[in-house]
Design a protein around this ligand. Sequence first.
Ligand code: ZN
Length: 302
Amino acid sequence: NNKRKIIRKIIRRDVENPVITLNGDSTIIIPINYSYEEDGVLVNDNCDGDLSSKVEIISDVDTTKAGNYKIKYEVEDNSNNKNSVTRDVLVREPLKPNTIYLTFDDGPRDGTTDVILDILKEKDVKATFFVTNNGSDSLIKRIVDEGHSIGIHTASHRYDIIYASVDNYFNDLEQVKNRIYNVTGKSTNLVRFPGGSSNTISKKYSEGIMSTLTKEVINKGYQYYDWNIDSGDASFNNNPTKLYYGVINSLSHDKYNVILMHDVKTYTRDALGSIIDYAKSNGYNFEALTSNTMPLRQKVNN
Ligand code: ZN
């Protein structure tokens, strides 16, 4: 009956970090003075289970000032394993009523964009140009030097290329981004999709691509802008008189007026002066879109 007993101690250590999942989008855009509602996060730990109540939230969001803010969510489990995720909150100035945002796509083009810039200068109006790889670099430089906003349309503007794949789209987009940077030294994050974000032509080349691209551009730090007034200068209003009446009859004092135009069209060039004169004598203001402006987005259909 002689006995001996020895003990081996086993320590089970938790070496895995807790897993954090954001509720809601990783990038949220809100207008100035709009209250930000925190959607929070879900936390799951392999040993400690639900740690959602132990999350520490560090936020520098100031909803009274346009800017890019971050919210950081940190959590530590009972074995001191840590993890964190961040959410971007972009606070933007709302588009203003009684205000006209002239937007010109597809240029620059020698012979039209230069005259349009002359008219804008003479009438002291700032506009937004969504450019391609067309036209002279000197026009790109003038757009920026004369205080207008510049954004990216795409290099090729070929639906069959840009909407065939996500990689194609961004390769094409970056060509124009680089062009603007090389010519002006300025980087832009403003984007307009050829055909707008609501276009259905893209379906022909890739099913669902607009749903992906509209999210991806935001994840990459771009902002895209559609319009709420189509001047018709790429379709039905194809002479200066029709275009003039088409635009002035669409204006509203009660809402913002983001007008789609094309600076590559001669009749847009020829109608612009009288459109601006009408708007000014009727009390409208003009502004350019900037990266502080609340994006204007149509419904995605593909
Ligand atoms: Zn276009």
